[in-house]
Ligand binder design. Structure first.
Ligand code: ATP
Length: 234
Protein backbone atom coordinates (compact mmCIF):
# COMPACT_ATOMS: atom_id res chain seq x y z
CA UNK A 1 0.00 0.00 0.00
CA UNK A 2 2.80 2.40 0.97
CA UNK A 3 6.34 2.09 -0.27
CA UNK A 4 9.02 4.55 0.79
CA UNK A 5 12.19 4.21 -1.23
CA UNK A 6 15.61 5.58 -0.34
CA UNK A 7 14.12 8.74 1.14
CA UNK A 8 16.41 11.62 2.03
CA UNK A 9 15.29 14.75 3.90
CA UNK A 10 17.44 17.73 4.87
CA UNK A 11 16.80 20.64 7.20
CA UNK A 12 19.41 23.04 5.87
CA UNK A 13 22.69 21.20 6.32
CA UNK A 14 21.24 18.60 8.70
CA UNK A 15 20.35 15.33 6.99
CA UNK A 16 17.41 14.04 9.07
CA UNK A 17 16.66 11.03 6.83
CA UNK A 18 19.60 9.32 5.16
CA UNK A 19 18.02 6.97 2.65
CA UNK A 20 15.09 5.32 4.42
CA UNK A 21 13.07 2.54 2.79
CA UNK A 22 9.98 0.98 4.34
CA UNK A 23 6.88 -0.84 3.13
CA UNK A 24 3.40 -1.00 4.60
CA UNK A 25 1.03 -3.64 3.25
CA UNK A 26 -2.73 -3.31 3.23
CA UNK A 27 -4.26 -4.42 6.54
CA UNK A 28 -1.07 -4.13 8.58
CA UNK A 29 -0.07 -2.20 11.66
CA UNK A 30 3.54 -1.20 11.07
CA UNK A 31 5.49 0.52 13.84
CA UNK A 32 8.51 2.72 13.46
CA UNK A 33 10.38 3.02 16.73
CA UNK A 34 13.45 5.04 17.64
CA UNK A 35 14.89 7.42 20.19
CA UNK A 36 14.39 11.16 20.41
CA UNK A 37 15.60 12.87 17.25
CA UNK A 38 15.94 9.66 15.21
CA UNK A 39 13.80 11.17 12.46
CA UNK A 40 10.43 9.53 13.13
CA UNK A 41 8.32 12.67 12.88
CA UNK A 42 10.29 13.78 9.83
CA UNK A 43 9.45 10.45 8.20
CA UNK A 44 5.69 10.90 8.70
CA UNK A 45 5.77 14.57 7.67
CA UNK A 46 7.68 13.67 4.50
CA UNK A 47 5.16 10.94 3.62
CA UNK A 48 2.25 13.38 4.21
CA UNK A 49 3.91 16.00 2.03
CA UNK A 50 4.41 18.46 4.89
CA UNK A 51 8.22 18.56 4.81
CA UNK A 52 10.21 18.82 1.63
CA UNK A 53 11.92 15.66 0.44
CA UNK A 54 15.45 15.87 -1.02
CA UNK A 55 15.38 12.60 -2.99
CA UNK A 56 13.95 9.10 -3.14
CA UNK A 57 10.32 8.17 -3.75
CA UNK A 58 7.04 7.58 -1.88
CA UNK A 59 4.41 5.40 -3.52
CA UNK A 60 0.86 5.11 -2.19
CA UNK A 61 -1.56 2.66 -3.80
CA UNK A 62 0.84 2.15 -6.68
CA UNK A 63 1.30 5.83 -7.54
CA UNK A 64 4.11 8.18 -6.65
CA UNK A 65 3.04 10.89 -4.20
CA UNK A 66 6.56 12.31 -4.07
CA UNK A 67 5.41 15.61 -5.53
CA UNK A 68 1.76 15.54 -4.40
CA UNK A 69 0.59 18.32 -2.06
CA UNK A 70 -0.71 17.44 1.46
CA UNK A 71 -4.35 18.13 0.57
CA UNK A 72 -4.30 15.75 -2.39
CA UNK A 73 -2.49 13.15 -0.28
CA UNK A 74 -5.37 13.28 2.23
CA UNK A 75 -7.84 13.07 -0.65
CA UNK A 76 -6.03 9.94 -1.90
CA UNK A 77 -6.72 8.24 1.47
CA UNK A 78 -3.70 8.94 3.63
CA UNK A 79 -4.33 10.88 6.85
CA UNK A 80 -1.96 11.82 9.65
CA UNK A 81 -2.70 12.15 13.36
CA UNK A 82 0.02 14.63 14.32
CA UNK A 83 2.30 14.61 17.33
CA UNK A 84 0.74 16.65 20.13
CA UNK A 85 -2.76 16.07 18.64
CA UNK A 86 -2.99 19.62 17.14
CA UNK A 87 -6.68 19.88 17.84
CA UNK A 88 -8.36 23.16 16.96
CA UNK A 89 -8.91 25.10 20.17
CA UNK A 90 -11.79 27.55 20.14
CA UNK A 91 -13.79 24.99 18.15
CA UNK A 92 -16.13 22.41 19.64
CA UNK A 93 -15.52 18.67 19.60
CA UNK A 94 -18.11 18.35 16.82
CA UNK A 95 -16.48 21.10 14.75
CA UNK A 96 -13.08 19.47 15.17
CA UNK A 97 -14.45 16.16 13.93
CA UNK A 98 -16.07 17.82 10.93
CA UNK A 99 -12.75 19.48 10.03
CA UNK A 100 -11.51 15.95 9.36
CA UNK A 101 -14.15 15.58 6.64
CA UNK A 102 -13.41 18.92 4.95
CA UNK A 103 -12.57 17.34 1.59
CA UNK A 104 -15.63 15.09 1.49
CA UNK A 105 -18.89 15.83 -0.26
CA UNK A 106 -20.81 12.62 0.59
CA UNK A 107 -23.13 13.95 3.31
CA UNK A 108 -24.62 10.55 4.08
CA UNK A 109 -21.20 8.90 4.36
CA UNK A 110 -19.99 11.72 6.64
CA UNK A 111 -22.98 11.25 8.96
CA UNK A 112 -22.42 7.48 9.03
CA UNK A 113 -18.76 7.94 9.87
CA UNK A 114 -19.63 10.46 12.60
CA UNK A 115 -21.87 7.84 14.20
CA UNK A 116 -19.04 5.28 13.92
CA UNK A 117 -16.64 7.71 15.61
CA UNK A 118 -19.15 8.27 18.45
CA UNK A 119 -19.45 4.52 18.85
CA UNK A 120 -15.68 4.12 18.95
CA UNK A 121 -15.22 7.09 21.31
CA UNK A 122 -18.41 7.53 23.41
CA UNK A 123 -16.68 10.24 25.46
CA UNK A 124 -16.56 12.47 22.35
CA UNK A 125 -20.31 12.25 21.91
CA UNK A 126 -20.77 13.26 25.54
CA UNK A 127 -18.49 16.26 24.99
CA UNK A 128 -19.83 17.20 21.56
CA UNK A 129 -20.48 20.92 22.20
CA UNK A 130 -17.55 21.46 24.52
CA UNK A 131 -14.53 23.52 23.42
CA UNK A 132 -11.88 21.01 22.39
CA UNK A 133 -9.28 22.77 24.55
CA UNK A 134 -11.15 21.65 27.68
CA UNK A 135 -10.59 17.95 26.93
CA UNK A 136 -8.01 15.92 28.86
CA UNK A 137 -4.88 14.69 27.08
CA UNK A 138 -6.36 11.24 26.46
CA UNK A 139 -9.61 12.73 25.18
CA UNK A 140 -7.67 15.05 22.88
CA UNK A 141 -5.81 12.04 21.46
CA UNK A 142 -9.17 10.36 20.86
CA UNK A 143 -10.45 13.52 19.18
CA UNK A 144 -7.39 13.67 16.93
CA UNK A 145 -7.93 10.03 15.95
CA UNK A 146 -11.66 10.59 15.45
CA UNK A 147 -10.94 13.62 13.29
CA UNK A 148 -8.55 11.53 11.17
CA UNK A 149 -11.20 8.80 10.81
CA UNK A 150 -13.65 11.42 9.49
CA UNK A 151 -11.42 11.68 6.41
CA UNK A 152 -12.16 7.96 5.80
CA UNK A 153 -8.49 7.08 5.41
CA UNK A 154 -7.16 3.89 3.90
CA UNK A 155 -3.88 4.48 5.70
CA UNK A 156 -3.60 6.29 9.02
CA UNK A 157 -0.26 7.69 10.17
CA UNK A 158 -0.03 8.13 13.94
CA UNK A 159 2.74 10.21 15.51
CA UNK A 160 3.44 9.36 19.17
CA UNK A 161 -0.14 8.68 20.27
CA UNK A 162 1.06 7.72 23.77
CA UNK A 163 2.88 10.99 24.40
CA UNK A 164 2.12 12.47 27.81
CA UNK A 165 -0.56 9.93 28.72
CA UNK A 166 -0.87 7.90 31.92
CA UNK A 167 -0.16 4.15 31.46
CA UNK A 168 -3.80 3.14 31.68
CA UNK A 169 -4.74 5.58 28.92
CA UNK A 170 -1.81 4.43 26.80
CA UNK A 171 -3.25 0.91 26.96
CA UNK A 172 -6.67 2.20 25.98
CA UNK A 173 -5.33 4.21 23.04
CA UNK A 174 -3.35 1.21 21.76
CA UNK A 175 -6.34 -1.07 22.02
CA UNK A 176 -8.36 1.49 20.01
CA UNK A 177 -5.61 1.53 17.37
CA UNK A 178 -5.96 -2.25 17.11
CA UNK A 179 -9.73 -1.91 16.73
CA UNK A 180 -9.40 0.76 14.03
CA UNK A 181 -7.03 -1.56 12.19
CA UNK A 182 -9.37 -4.54 12.60
CA UNK A 183 -12.14 -2.44 11.05
CA UNK A 184 -10.06 -2.06 7.89
CA UNK A 185 -7.71 0.90 8.26
CA UNK A 186 -4.02 0.22 7.67
CA UNK A 187 -1.79 1.88 10.28
CA UNK A 188 1.74 3.28 10.31
CA UNK A 189 2.65 4.18 13.86
CA UNK A 190 5.62 6.16 15.16
CA UNK A 191 6.46 5.73 18.84
CA UNK A 192 9.04 6.18 21.53
CA UNK A 193 7.08 3.69 23.64
CA UNK A 194 8.74 0.72 21.94
CA UNK A 195 7.10 -1.93 24.09
CA UNK A 196 3.53 -0.91 23.27
CA UNK A 197 4.31 -0.14 19.63
CA UNK A 198 5.95 -3.53 19.06
CA UNK A 199 3.27 -5.42 20.95
CA UNK A 200 0.54 -4.34 18.52
CA UNK A 201 2.63 -4.30 15.31
CA UNK A 202 2.50 -6.92 12.59
CA UNK A 203 5.88 -5.61 11.49
CA UNK A 204 8.22 -2.90 12.70
CA UNK A 205 11.30 -0.89 11.80
CA UNK A 206 13.91 0.66 14.05
CA UNK A 207 15.15 4.11 13.04
CA UNK A 208 18.44 5.44 14.39
CA UNK A 209 19.79 8.85 13.37
CA UNK A 210 18.01 8.84 10.04
CA UNK A 211 18.63 5.21 9.05
CA UNK A 212 16.72 1.94 9.42
CA UNK A 213 18.96 -0.34 11.47
CA UNK A 214 16.63 -3.28 12.12
CA UNK A 215 13.28 -4.65 10.94
CA UNK A 216 11.13 -7.68 11.54
CA UNK A 217 7.82 -8.80 12.95
CA UNK A 218 6.71 -7.10 16.16
CA UNK A 219 7.36 -10.34 18.02
CA UNK A 220 10.86 -10.80 16.57
CA UNK A 221 11.86 -7.31 17.59
CA UNK A 222 10.38 -7.56 21.10
CA UNK A 223 12.45 -10.71 21.61
CA UNK A 224 15.60 -9.32 20.03
CA UNK A 225 18.42 -8.87 22.60
CA UNK A 226 19.52 -5.67 20.84
CA UNK A 227 16.05 -4.17 21.15
CA UNK A 228 15.66 -5.37 24.71
CA UNK A 229 18.87 -3.63 25.65
CA UNK A 230 18.43 -0.40 23.70
CA UNK A 231 14.68 0.20 23.90
CA UNK A 232 13.04 -2.02 26.47
CA UNK A 233 15.39 -1.49 29.40
CA UNK A 234 15.99 -5.21 29.75
P1 ATP B 1 11.04 13.12 18.63
O1 ATP B 1 10.58 11.82 19.11
O2 ATP B 1 11.85 13.89 19.63
O3 ATP B 1 9.97 13.96 17.98
P2 ATP B 1 11.92 12.20 16.04
O4 ATP B 1 12.50 10.84 15.95
O5 ATP B 1 10.52 12.39 15.63
O6 ATP B 1 12.13 12.77 17.49
P3 ATP B 1 12.52 14.34 14.24
O7 ATP B 1 11.65 15.30 14.94
O8 ATP B 1 12.09 13.81 12.95
O9 ATP B 1 12.88 13.11 15.20
O10 ATP B 1 13.96 15.01 14.07
C1 ATP B 1 15.02 14.42 13.35
C2 ATP B 1 16.22 15.36 13.31
O11 ATP B 1 15.92 16.51 12.52
C3 ATP B 1 16.63 15.92 14.68
O12 ATP B 1 18.03 16.02 14.71
C4 ATP B 1 15.98 17.30 14.72
O13 ATP B 1 16.70 18.16 15.54
C5 ATP B 1 16.03 17.71 13.27
N1 ATP B 1 14.90 18.59 12.90
C6 ATP B 1 13.57 18.29 12.99
N2 ATP B 1 12.81 19.30 12.55
C7 ATP B 1 13.67 20.28 12.19
C8 ATP B 1 13.50 21.59 11.64
N3 ATP B 1 12.30 22.09 11.37
N4 ATP B 1 14.62 22.32 11.41
C9 ATP B 1 15.86 21.82 11.65
N5 ATP B 1 16.09 20.60 12.16
C10 ATP B 1 15.00 19.83 12.42
Amino acid sequence: MLSVKDLHVHYGVIEALKGVSIDVNEGEIVSLIGANGAGKTTMLQAISGIVKKSSGDVEFLGQSIYKTNPKNIVAAGLTQVPEGRRIFTGLSVYENLMMGAFLRKDKKGIEEDLQKVYKQFPILEQRINQDASTLSGGEQQMLAMGRALMAKPKLMLLDEPSMGLAPILVKEIFSIIKEINAQGTTVLLVEQNAKMALSIAHRAYVLETGKIVLSGTGEELINSPEIQKAYLGG
